[in-house]
Design a protein around this ligand. Structure first.
Ligand code: C2O
Length: 336
């Protein structure tokens, strides 16, 4: 059977690092509505973060200022948004009617849960700006092309803007240090050319050659009553985790990752890779198992209403009225 949303009145004490909200519990809702596609929304285009213009960055920074200024108990405020990630990654809730802790990482729920999380986060930022065309950017860290030399660095917008910067990041990974998609805590010390080649190898391996089937890409099945963390898919395990650890600080920890605005640009890129992977053909298709398709989650929307969503409604970004700027993915044809 599919996993159901937890009872938000029953928040467990999660074991969290000192200084964080000790429980990362979400506000208890007064009502829950079912998600409906909003056909009146304009198609939003998520742009590469190293390519957006100054006007966009000013607006994006402003959206976070407004988010931070909301009252602390508003489910849309900056810290409450971060708590959403913490809650579903540090097992703040049990799976409904079971004694199993709910954790949406390291399983086939990783891609759809984060897609929904970003969807509502983006809608909340749009609401702050009163601009339905607002779209999050994506951090194009997979792009090693020397023609786009800024893609695989921390994007400037997240360093230069007060509401987008996070001072806990690893100080030695600031630009012009290239991302290391194999990073697990130790400096590789490769020269830039070798680092680019290594990053391309990782991308080709985790999205193309090593992800020929849905289960390799999405991760292991996770159903009602199952113990959590059955096993991650290729992208979650490798480049996704490497970017968290490489960025460091808040980003390096489930409980705090959502506190860094860069988190959302990291995950829009992961989300974009889901679309890229599906476009590669062969057996690279969404999972057809009804337990995956009928899995449900809850999120607070832009009006602070709790909305119940299902995986089946997350499969098409077009249906959710957003798309990604077309960028080259040279690692698709890269041969190690
Ligand atoms: Cu919810 Cu990048 O992890």
């Amino acid at each position: 059977a599919p996993i159901q949303p937890p009872d938000l009145t029953q928040c467990q004490k999660a074991a969290l690092p000192p200084g964080s909200n000790p429980k990362c519990c979400l506000p208890v809702p007064t009502k829950t509505t079912d998600f409906q596609f909003d056909q009146s929304l304009p198609m939003r285009v998520r742009m590469a973060a190293h390519l957006v213009d100054a006007a966009y960055i000013a607006k994006y920074n402003r959206a976070y200022e407004l988010l931070r200024a909301l009252p602390a108990d508003d489910p849309r405020t900056y810290l409450q948004q971060a708590a959403v990630h913490c809650a579903f990654c540090e097992s703040a809730y049990l799976q409904k009617n079971t004694s199993e802790k709910l954790q949406i990482h390291f399983s086939w729920l990783f891609f759809p849960w984060h897609r929904w999380y970003l969807y509502f986060h983006e809608r909340i930022l749009a609401k702050m700006l009163n601009d339905d065309t607002f779209a999050l950017p994506f951090w194009n860290w997979d792009n090693q092309s020397v023609v786009s030399p800024l893609a695989n660095l921390i994007p400037a917008a997240y360093i230069e803007n007060a509401s987008l910067v996070d001072n806990t990041r690893n100080p030695s990974h600031q630009p012009p240090t290239l991302v290391d998609l194999t990073y697990s805590g130790k400096e590789g010390g490769l020269d830039p050319e070798k680092q680019r080649a290594e990053n391309n190898n990782v991308m080709h391996q985790e999205v193309v050659s090593g992800a020929r089937t849905p289960s390799l890409f999405f991760g292991q099945a996770y159903r009602a009553g199952d113990a959590n963390t059955p096993g991650p898919g290729s992208v979650e395990r490798a480049p996704h985790t490497a970017i968290h650890v490489w960025t460091g600080g808040d980003m390096g920890n489930f409980a705090t990752a959502g506190k860094d605005a860069l988190f959302y640009a990291h995950h829009t890129n992961v989300d974009r890779l889901w679309n890229v992977w599906k476009s590669l053909g062969g057996r690279r298709k969404d999972i057809s198992d009804p337990d995956w398709l009928s899995t449900e989650f809850v999120f607070y929307d832009e009006n602070a209403t709790l909305v119940k969503v299902k995986v089946a409604d997350a499969l098409s970004t077009e249906k959710l009225s957003y798309t990604y700027q077309n960028v080259d993915n040279p690692w698709i044809t890269h041969s190690p």
